[in-house]
Design a protein around this ligand. Structure first.
Ligand SMILES: Cc1cc2nc3c(=O)[nH]c(=O)nc-3n(C[C@H](O)[C@H](O)[C@H](O)COP(=O)(O)O)c2cc1C
Length: 451
């Protein structure tokens, strides 16, 4: 059986049949109003292709129109919902989710074994059980009766055991009739969660909303531009003169060309004054907090590094081992007041953070100061659909490079890290992991003498 998604809109204008779905538009010309009327009945409905032809004849259609109908059905096949029935009920409902969906049901020999793609996942979505895969341009809505087949597919099932359902699952990209996922280097090297994230955080392969949709406007208030200051003793930080810094800095190209990741430190520890200058030049709030406007209905700010939507969801925490003028401990950086708040972190958590960071450098660095970047996730996800986490990681990259360049200009030892323990960081900083947790780590220390 075939149909169209319930949200499809079918129009017939100036001799063109247009099917608009939330992921794209398909148009067919050369049809007749009677054929267009049949397509107009398809959103949210199901029909057999031959039954459509009979309905066309009953409505006065000619043999030529029937031939045209079959041509149109072939041409518009990628837009259709396909179902596989079992005891009169849809067992599988295969729904296109992408403009470039193709649906060709293969004819496979009965003794051929097919397996569930290792990229496929089953989840609940809007009360339905849905099978998805980042390799597919369809999703499959499953009836409960389909679950034993899906479970068996993880081990492999001979096509002869359920030919129609299995060949349709292969056509939908959920089951594999070959071993390409294990042999094609492009697929073999992907892990499930990374490929899913890649497909879902960009356009092209899903039917979800993406971009600045202001998902929660009117439902939830946006988080403020500044995180409410945690309780704790305050340490005011040094504020450098930017004029003096500009005069003392090496030329931009010299900074860029001499930038390196440095994992060894001078005997003398970094100083609180240096940390103050680094944070001021790389990460403070420049100027005033901007109030919401019609165009940007949330508070925003401006900082030396760029940030998607000016949301500036990243927060900075310092775990200090050695710093002249600053006690060992864990601090929150207030980017507006340019000061540190001492957090009541347990010493063993602070130690574990520094040890893990050292291990991330292959054991080369014994970190003096670890800067952990967390994200107040809902700053981004209040505004953006689909991409907020991907954008946050890009923002982390922008901040890394800003730290790298300022630290290099200041003659310090910078090194970005690729991993950290976000559970440990949430515990150390007293955070709710789902609301705010770590997304980046950066080491800073005094540069060792050259030579
Ligand atoms: C996102 C990112 C993650 C990194 N992760 C690590 C890491 O975990 N451990 C480490 O020692 N260096 C890490 N680095 C530093 C890179 O190894 C370094 O930038 C690269 O080798 C190039 O050397 P250079 O920075 O000295 O030019 C990371 C750098 C970036 C940008």
């Amino acid at each position: 059986m075939i149909g169209l998604r319930a949200d499809a809109v079918v129009t017939w204008e100036d001799g063109a049949l247009t099917i608009v779905q939330n992921f794209g538009v398909h148009t067919a010309r050369g049809l007749t109003p009677r054929i267009a009327a049949l397509f107009g009945e398809l959103p949210g409905a199901l029909a057999d292709e031959d039954e459509l032809a009979e309905r066309l004849l009953l409505a006065g259609g000619t043999d030529q129109e029937v031939a045209l109908l079959y041509l149109a059905l072939g041409r518009l096949r990628p837009t259709f919902v396909h179902t596989v029935e079992y005891t009169g009920e849809p067992l599988l409902r295969i729904v296109p989710v992408a403009r470039d969906a193709v649906f060709e049901v293969p004819e496979l020999p009965a003794d051929h074994v097919v397996r569930l793609s290792r990229f496929a996942l089953v989840r609940q979505d809007a009360g339905e059980l849905v099978l998805e895969s980042p390799l597919a341009r369809h999703k499959v809505v499953l009836s409960e009766k389909a679950m034993p087949l899906i479970a068996a597919l993880s081990r492999g099932v001979r096509v002869g055991e359920a030919p129609e359902a299995l060949c349709h699952l292969v056509a939908a990209g959920m089951a594999r009739a070959d071993d390409a996922e294990d042999t094609d280097p492009a697929l073999r090297t992907w892990e499930f969660h990374n490929l899913y994230f890649h497909s879902r955080s960009r356009m092209g392969r899903h039917d979800g909303p993406i971009g600045g949709t202001y998902r929660f406007r009117g439902e939830l208030p946006p988080e403020p531009a500044l995180k409410p200051l945690p309780e704790g003793p305050i340490t005011e930080l040094y504020r450098p003169s930017l004029t003096e810094a500009a005069a003392a800095d090496p030329a931009f190209t010299t900074v860029l060309e001499s930038r390196r990741s440095v994992r060894q430190y001078a005997d003398a520890p970094v100083t609180a004054r240096q940390l103050g200058e680094l944070l001021y030049r790389a990460a403070r709030v420049r100027g005033e907090i901007r109030p919401p406007t019609d165009g940007a209905p949330y508070e925003s700010s401006n900082r030396p590094y760029p940030g998607g939507g000016a949301c500036y969801e990243l927060e900075l925490y310092l775990t200090v081992d050695r710093c002249e003028g600053l006690d060992q401990g864990v601090y929150y950086y207030d980017p507006y007041g340019h000061r540190l708040v001492t957090l009541p972190a347990r010493a063993e958590d602070a130690r574990a953070m520094l040890t893990l960071a050292g291990m991330s450098t292959g054991g080369t660095a014994k970190p003096d100061v670890l800067i952990t970047m967390t994200s107040r996730f809902s700053r981004m996800s209040w505004k953006y659909a689909g991409l907020p986490y991907a954008a946050t990681l890009k923002n982390v990259g922008a901040l890394y490079q800003t730290f790298y360049l300022v630290a290099t200009a200041m003659g310090m030892a910078p090194c970005g890290l690729g991993n950290g323990d976000s559970d440990l960081a949430a515990r150390a900083f007293g955070l709710d992991w789902a609301a705010e947790s770590s997304v980046g780590e950066f080491l800073i220390g005094g540069a060792p003498a050259q030579g």
